[in-house]
Design a protein around this ligand. Sequence first.
Ligand code: FES
Length: 247
Amino acid sequence: MKVTFKIWRQDKPQAKGAFKEYQVDELTEDMSFLEALDHLNERLVLRGEKVIAYEYDCREGICGQCGVFINGRAHGPHPNITTCQLHMRSFKDGDTIVVEPWRANAFPIVKDLIVDRSAFDRIIEQGAYISAKTGTAPEANAILIGKAIADRAMDAAACIGCGACVATCKNSSAALFTAAKINHLNSLPQGKPEAHQRVLDMTAQMEREGFGHCSFTGACEVECPAGISIANIAEMNARQGKAQLLG
Ligand code: FES
């Protein structure tokens, strides 16, 4: 299999970037997309050229590190998967594949396909935790949680923080990410003591980071590898209104 990769190259944050084309052969349909990029990088090393910088860690859809835009879509042509779960069989022999980094003001480019997503970390720091006394782990059934609530919390907790929601949103909104992190903890009894402060602090940080406002297009839900529903955003907004009323 032979394809042409058209890849965004940018040496450093302030440098002017540009697309560069690479013809790559000896690929197989069974290769993952990241293996194909590895293959290209090996060729670049042999030619004494600078390798393409991109991020990954788990390569199994868990860590959220590997996000890039592929042919104009976050994580490539299929909904609800990560870039590392994409395989070359999703493309045809002779295809040109355009690869670029997430584009959002709050995610500045570090190098080539790598962006700085520490804005997400700073939102998390504002409240994606619970305060509990340390010591022996409590008995598992000491706090009973109904299945519907547990399911809702677990669904929200599935967010891997990849940033596809921001990258695919025309407003570069981080509402889906922030809502998932808030609803995960605010749904559960363990998260209740700090529930109001959590939603106020995390949404305030989201604003400070320069993410856009959500206009409910639903694009984020389509591309989210964890399938986080935009119903979470409505729930976050309701929680925010309540927290503002109750001070
Ligand atoms: S490398 Fe971990 S989600 Fe893709």
